[in-house]
Design a protein around this ligand. Structure first.
Ligand code: KMH
Ligand code: ZN
Length: 276
């Protein structure tokens, strides 16, 4: 089978040190968590940045500092900044990291409830706007889909020329307000994308490892990390992103999936290399 790309979502925008003390805030903590994930086998770092007090920010300079620090510690790793940012941010605020010479970024493909009164807004026009900028800047979009309607949106916008191939989907399942992460949900989404598309799965909370295993079994890729899940097993906090990535590496052995290096990940995903 093809090699397995592990993405590590090291920080997110919502999870805090109160939830898990390993959630990185400072540039040094962010670089260290990325480094530990990279050593464990992550080829891609999905990146949100925080101010030192933990508040989420999409500030371009803060991203630049974090990216430089990560590149220094993790030679060749693919850095995938978030354009989702945190709830309530404007389009242009969210898009700031795309001003940097990045290879990949997330593209969130639809609006959804996000628990309580929260809504994560991604209108059709938002998606077109984000996709246009990523196309112009030759940034590979990771197409984050939280439910089936988001896949339909991608396919429609791809047909109309707004979203460019190659299509690389990320099924983010188990968000309170999105699609759940049972096996049937995964299979439905997997069958809904074109054969030539690639996909990764990010299971939220208790869905993280069962979905990782399913994706490994079905030739897909996997995202784990403290953004999505803070536990290594039921009730036991993970001692950092490293443990979560290590667990995926163990799961991969069950189906004899080798782990892709960052360079192999670039080939699999057809990413235009930008780092020196
Ligand atoms: N923080 C969430 C509201 C992304 O990175 O593109 C959005 C998010 C998605 O994390
Ligand atoms: Zn994210």
């Amino acid at each position: 089978m093809n090699k397995l790309i592990i993405t590590c979502a090291i920080s997110g925008a919502e999870v805090t040190k109160q939830d898990n003390s390993y959630v990185p805030y400072t540039i040094e903590e962010t670089a260290e968590e990325a480094y530990q994930a990279y050593l464990a086998g992550a080829a891609v770092i999905h990146l949100h940045v925080r101010n030192d007090d933990g508040t989420p920010t999409q500030d371009q300079k803060r991203y630049q500092q974090a990216i430089e620090a990560i590149q220094k510690r993790c030679p060749g790793v693919i850095i995938q900044p978030s354009t989702g940012g945190a709830l309530g941010m404007s389009r242009d605020e969210r898009l700031q990291p795309t001003q940097l010479p990045i290879e990949m970024a997330t593209l969130d493909c639809g609006t959804l409830n996000f628990g309580g009164d929260d809504i994560f807004v991604n209108t059709e026009n938002d998606i077109k706007y984000f996709a246009k900028i990523m196309k112009e800047k030759e940034i590979s979009p990771e197409l984050e889909c939280f439910e089936k309607g988001h896949i339909d949106m991608v396919l429609r916008l791809h047909k109309k020329g707004f979203i460019h191939a190659p299509l690389h989907f990320s099924f983010v399942l188990g968000v309170n307000g999105g699609m759940t992460g049972e096996e049937r949900d995964f299979l439905f989404l997997k069958e809904s994308i074109p054969d030539e598309a690639t996909f990764s799965v990010a299971g939220i909370g208790r869905f993280e490892f069962p979905l990782a295993l399913l994706s490994i079994q079905h030739g897909g890729h996997v995202r784990v990390g403290l953004e999505d899940n803070i536990y290594i097993s039921k009730g036991v906090l993970a001692k950092g992103n490293k443990e979560l990535v290590e667990k995926v590496v163990e799961l991969a052995k069950i189906y004899k999936r080798e782990i892709a290096t960052p360079q192999e990940a670039r080939q699999i995903l057809n990413i235009k290399e930008k780092i020196k």
